[in-house]
Design a protein around this ligand. Structure first.
Ligand code: SF4
Length: 158
């Protein structure tokens, strides 16, 4: 590393420290400005505190075998309870699309699912957290296409 590189590194390091000390920044507002357009909204403190518990699914299938309300559930919207911890709850921008699924899983006994789950997934808290987050999302807004459509079948980068 050259002397010039070290001096540049030191300059930007101390500049950053000074800016951080003098300029107040609202992390949540910056997060929303950066990620709101992608529908990534901040989690509630309760949801955030439970993230580790929500994500420990082992894919054993015991909850799917324990769920007793398949006959009353719309199978088009619901394959089984394990879909929630394994997959659906991992895509924050799509939480508001989970209303039909949540309506079906609520037909079952969530406490019974918790009792058989070897990973201790708290189904009642998970369903409530997903529902709460979904209700805080702006409705009817979807991501704009990330790339412009090519005019003539070929992608035009610029
Ligand atoms: S019982 Fe628990 S660990 Fe097994 S699939 Fe269901 S949520 Fe996952």
């Amino acid at each position: 590393m050259t002397i010039g590189a070290i001096l540049r590194l030191a300059y930007y390091f101390f500049k950053r420290l000074i800016v951080r000390a003098l300029v107040r920044s609202d992390g949540v507002a910056r997060f929303q400005a950066n990620y709101g357009v992608e529908r990534l909204l901040p989690l509630s403190p309760t949801h955030r505190a439970s993230l580790a518990k929500f994500s420990g699914c082992l894919a054993c299938g015991l909850c799917d075998a324990t769920f007793t309300e398949y006959e009353r559930a719309s199978r088009a919207d619901f394959r089984g309870p394990s879909d929630l911890p394994l997959s659906y709850s991992r895509s924050l921008p799509e939480y508001d699309a989970l209303d039909p699924y949540l309506a079906q899983i609520r037909r079952g006994d969530l406490a019974a699912l918790e009792a058989v789950c070897p990973a201790g997934i708290p189904f009642r808290a998970l369903v409530a957290s997903v529902q709460e987050h979904a209700s805080s999302m702006p409705r009817g807004e979807r991501l704009a296409p990330a790339l412009p459509r090519p005019k003539s079948g070929r992608f035009d980068p610029g």
